[in-house]
Ligand binder design. Structure first.
Ligand SMILES: *[C@@H]1O[C@H](CO)[C@@H](O)[C@H](O)[C@H]1NC(C)=O
Ligand SMILES: *[C@@H]1O[C@H](CO)[C@@H](O)[C@H](O)[C@H]1NC(C)=O
Ligand SMILES: *[C@@H]1O[C@H](CO)[C@@H](O)[C@H](O)[C@H]1NC(C)=O
Ligand SMILES: *[C@@H]1O[C@H](CO)[C@@H](O)[C@H](O)[C@H]1NC(C)=O
Length: 934
């Protein structure tokens, strides 16, 4: 406890000064009142307002800074304590406390009672004996961390599933609206609460959206269900004034939160420019400043006893929150990406003298650390995504090394979800990736716990494991920075949130901080090239390349496409020799004598790494665009024949993605450098019919390079959805018509669908709902009966597919599915979340019914992370899936399901390990007879 107090941050230390200040204020208030009375009672009695004392108190209170009451640290029960919650002892834990700059780890116990952490470390038997109803959880050495804190979330206001009846993220009634409150839209039934808690998230700052320069006030909530079941009951330390309760003028106010946004979003929504948004900011702040100045002048007079004609305290309900920003009582959470926008806000803060708590998204912050430090008051923290980027211009220069670079510059780093942009259930994975790409482990864990708690002004009670803090605690099944780390139990306010949690057994190696690769060169390249370092692979010049110190080798059987581990050694002393364009030997040193004695060879030391088949991606627009949000950088969407008039010139045509391929996009090159060496992409469609997918090389410079287009046409793609605006029955009717219809065979469309009906061309149907999948399976039978054929059907998406795993398996239908499901739409509501909520994941369930499964990646910037998705699928299967199987899911199965004829024959070499412990350093292309160094 001593240690804890010693390291408290300034905001908490300052509470010690509160008492004298309060006392002085009281004296001053009384004093000025009596003085006023004495001086003016004879001549000016009529000018002395009856509420003079209250006014003086109000004026004095304007200078109180937010923070907990002085005696907060000695509370014995949390204001959020739920009656009936039993005390709990978490026994034998490895506790990351968040103290000592995130470096303190304690082996011991945690005693929880009355919603608070009562004891950390060794808990005296005599204390334990005093509890009759103590619940004991044996952590058996497991890692325990504070609850994960999300500084930037739209949980509750952008609820899952998205429904028109609850779209409460953005008001579009004005550019500057500091009077709005996210609380007013906080849905208590968001499906995401339970899912996010299952990922260890306990607290979220719920922000309005970014459609406005000033979008409104944000509110910090705890995610657990409450007995009151209200939105307000979820709040953590809301401002006292929120519900009209009497506000004690001598009590320090509580921190408020406010959303600001600059750049593209406000410009887009209000058809304006950055100049308009910046002026709107200045106008708003000018209004607030005038009110503040009036208040200060008024109070100067009141406190000087000059009551004559003073009138009422100047205030304005609409602007009071922005006035509070100028008074330093609001944590401004500012969505702001590019140097140009950060610069504008830094100027704004200095013009109006207020500070920013954090710049959010801020994809260019790492390029301008000195600018960030010029913000008024103190440098804002920077709250970012790990690898989610390039989705719009503002995110184009984002770097996976930003967390590390920002930390090197002494700036506070926060990893956030922007939920549901990133499903906050996996916020810890943002910290894991930041760590993988170079952020120190202590700071990576702090970036989702103690740092966001401090940045939101709640570090007097959450974000660290300290006696007297809120009992928000996560028991993990591995080190929290290990890939796939999953809670075994989550406590919020001392209440266990997971009923009968399922845990996967994690390998011993996952119990330690992952040993991550060296990225020093990549880090300096990112800065040198302003976020756009060259990504083109370099071709090895030597005719002989020898990989040595190989830990394991996985190869694909060319006939069956099955992948098996052909070599593994605890000594990690394997070799693979690539000579004159082909592999001449691989395996143990004994099997390849002479491998280490070439004089002209390039030797690549894999340091125990792995060699495995090149991965294949499907599910995103990879290869069809550079910046998804910029129409002029993309191939663009097709006409949908069901919902729009297709121009006559295209009547009957089927669009081929191959015609729209764009090469050398940053997402494709990053994918290549991360082992995803080919991809299958379908035309972009927002409706029923997409067209024909194509298979291409992610490394090719342009279409005319040999091997750039691997297969011009792969499969035919359609979508069946409850959200399309046209009835599902109509969509099924259209599909039936196309598959069975006789009169429509003339054009290309008819011909392609009859190829599908005859089993010659695979049909890929994007479909999420189990009900629609069932109808599709019925239609498949119907067509097969009519044609005497066997349709090659693949379902993509399939979030509810696990409900029909048996039927899908029996129908011989394959499934392309994301490794981490989320119920964004109603038709995904019945997802299978996997551990800790369910024993089996959707992938493992489908596989257990003999369904051929491929991993789908929907975000082009995340294709580079396919190797993590695949390893995670293996980890969460609790032994049901082997590495060779998940490798197939990320390569050959994808090809099989999409009708890829010539299988990807590349090999990927990683150094160090194969997952978080290693990085891809080379790609062997047997097709081109080269080794690419990446
Ligand atoms: C704590 O757990 C570890 C791992 O299971 C075990 O080896 C150790 O004996 C336990 N210690 C106590 C005090 O129970
Ligand atoms: C208003 O909020 C305060 C805490 O901020 C709480 O103590 C009080 O009970 C609330 N009043 C009502 C009427 O809900
Ligand atoms: C590939 O699989 C086939 C069929 O199981 C088998 O006969 C063949 O030996 C395998 N090839 C290799 C190189 O393992
Ligand atoms: C899956 O296939 C295996 C081997 O073909 C078979 O033994 C098993 O019964 C099948 N399982 C199911 C659930 O269909």
């Amino acid at each position: 406890m001593e240690k804890a107090t010693g390291s408290l941050t300034p905001s908490l230390k300052s509470k010690k000064r509160v008492k004298p200040i309060q006392f002085t204020l009281l004296l001053l208030a009384v004093f000025s009142y009596s003085l006023t009375y004495l001086l003016w009672s004879d001549t000016h009695t009529e000018t002395l307002p009856i509420n003079a004392a209250a006014i003086v108190a109000q004026c004095r209170a304007l200078h109180l800074t937010p923070g907990p009451p002085e005696d907060f640290g000695s509370r014995t029960e949390s204001d959020r304590f739920q009656d009936g919650t039993k005390p709990t002892l978490i026994r034998n834990a490895t506790i990351w406390t968040g103290l000592d700059n995130g470096n303190e780890v304690i082996r011991g116990d945690i005693l929880i009672d009355k919603g608070l952490i009562k004891k950390v470390g060794i808990v005296d038997e005599s204390i334990l004996r005093s509890y009759a109803d103590l619940v004991v959880l044996d952590a058996a050495g497991s890692w325990v961390s504070p609850g994960v804190v999300d500084l930037h979330s739209h949980v509750g206001v952008m609820s899952a599933p998205l429904l028109n009846g609850a779209s409460d993220t953005n008001s579009i009634k004005g550019l500057v609206q500091p009077w709005l409150r996210s609380l007013d839209g906080l849905n208590t039934h968001d499906d995401a609460y339970r899912l996010s808690i299952s990922g260890g998230v306990t607290v979220a700052n719920v922000l309005p959206g970014s459609a406005n320069a000033i979008g409104g006030q944000a509110f910090v909530i705890k995610l657990r269900p409450t007995t009151e079941r209200s939105s307000s009951a979820m709040l953590l330390e809301p401002p006292f004034s929120l519900n009209g309760t009497y506000v004690d003028p001598f009590q320090r106010p509580r921190w408020r939160q406010m959303k600001h946004a600059c750049g593209e979003n406000p410009s887009r929504v209000y058809s304006g420019t950055r100049m308009d948004t910046q002026w709107a900011f200045r106008q708003g702040y000018n209004t607030a400043r005038k009110i503040k100045n009036k208040q200060d002048a008024y109070c100067a007079k009141a406190l000087a006893g000059e009551w004559k004609d003073l009138g009422d305290f100047p205030e304005d309900l609409q602007w009071e929150a922005l006035v509070d920003v100028l008074r330093g009582r609001v944590k401004v959470q500012n969505h702001c990406y590019e140097a140009v926008d950060l610069d504008g806000i830094v100027r704004l803060t200095n013009e109006f003298k207020f500070s920013i708590a954090a710049f959010h998204h801020a994809h260019e912050a790492y390029l301008v650390p000195d600018l960030i430090k010029k913000a008024y008051g103190h440098p804002p923290a920077v709250a970012i995504f790990a690898t989610h980027g390039r989705y719009k211009r503002e995110a184009y220069r984002g770097s996976e090394f930003a967390p590390r670079i920002l930390a090197d510059n002494g700036l506070d780093v926060v990893m956030k979800s922007d939920h549901p942009i990133v499903n906050s259930r996996h916020l810890i994975h943002q910290a894991q990736q930041a760590h993988y790409f170079g952020l120190a482990a202590n700071l990576a864990l702090a970036s989702v716990t103690s740092t966001p708690a401090r940045i939101m002004g709640q570090d007097h009670r959450i974000g660290r494991i300290i006696e007297g803090f809120d009992a928000d605690v996560v028991v993990w099944d591995s080190h929290p920075l290990a890939l796939g780390a999953t809670p075994k139990q989550v406590f919020i306010d001392g209440i266990a949130q997971l009923e009968n949690p399922y845990t996967s057994h994690k390998p011993e190696s996952a119990q330690h901080i992952p040993h991550t690769p060296d990225f020093e060169k990549e880090i300096s390249d990112a800065i040198e090239h302003e976020g756009l370092p060259p990504l083109e692979p370099e071709t090895a010049k030597s005719d002989v390349v020898v990989f040595w110190n190989v830990g394991s080798i996985f190869l694909k059987n060319k006939t069956t496409r099955g992948i098996s581990e052909v070599f593994t050694s605890a000594l990690k002393d394997g070799v693979l020799v690539f000579e004159n364009g082909r592999i001449t030997c691989s395996g143990s040193l004994e099997a390849c004598p002479g491998a280490l004695s070439y004089s002209n060879a390039l030797y690549l030391n894999l340091e125990g790494g792995t060699i495995y088949p090149g991965l294949v991606s499907y599910g995103s627009t990879l290869g069809l665009g550079h910046i998804p949000g910029e129409a002029s950088t993309n191939d663009g969407p097709v006409f949908d024949p069901l919902s729009a008039q297709v121009p006559e010139i295209l009547d009957g045509s089927v669009i081929k993605a191959a015609d729209g391929l764009l090469f050398a996009t940053r997402d494709a090159l990053l994918a290549y450098c991360s082992g995803v060496t080919s991809a299958v992409t379908a035309p972009t469609s927002y409706g029923f019919l997409a067209g024909l997918s194509t298979v291409f090389s992610t490394a090719a410079a342009h279409k005319l390079v040999d091997g750039a287009v691997i297969q011009e046409v792969a499969a035919l793609h359609v979508e069946l959805s409850l959200s399309s605006g046209i009835s599902v029955s109509t969509q099924i009717a259209a599909l039936r018509e196309l598959l069975l219809g006789e009169g429509k065979k003339e054009g290309h469309l008819g011909r392609r669908f009859s190829e599908v009906a005859l089993g010659k061309l695979p049909l890929v149907v994007n479909v999420e709902s189990a009900d629609i999948i069932a109808s599709l399976l019925v239609l498949k039978k119907e067509v097969e009966a009519a044609k005497g054929s066997s349709i090659r059907l693949t379902i993509a998406g399939a979030t509810e597919g696990h409900l029909l795993a048996k039927e899908i398996g029996e129908a011989g239908v394959g499934v392309l599915i994301e490794q981490r499901p989320y119920p964004m739409q109603w038709e995904q509501k019945r997802l299978l979340p996997g551990p800790p909520l369910t024993q089996s994941s959707a992938i493992a369930t489908l596989v257990s019914h003999n369904v051929t499964v491929g991993i789908l990646v929907g975000d082009p910037s995340q294709v580079r992370n396919t190797r993590f998705d695949m390893a995670w699928a293996e980890l969460e299967s609790n032994g049901a899936l082997r590495r060779s199987q998940v490798l197939e899911m990320a390569s050959s199965n994808v090809e099989t399901l999409l009708g890829v004829v010539e299988s990807n024959s590349d090999l990927v070499a990683t150094s160090g390990g194969s997952d978080f412990d290693g990085k891809v350093i080379a790609i062997i292309s047997s097709r081109q007879g080269t080794v690419h160094l990446v």
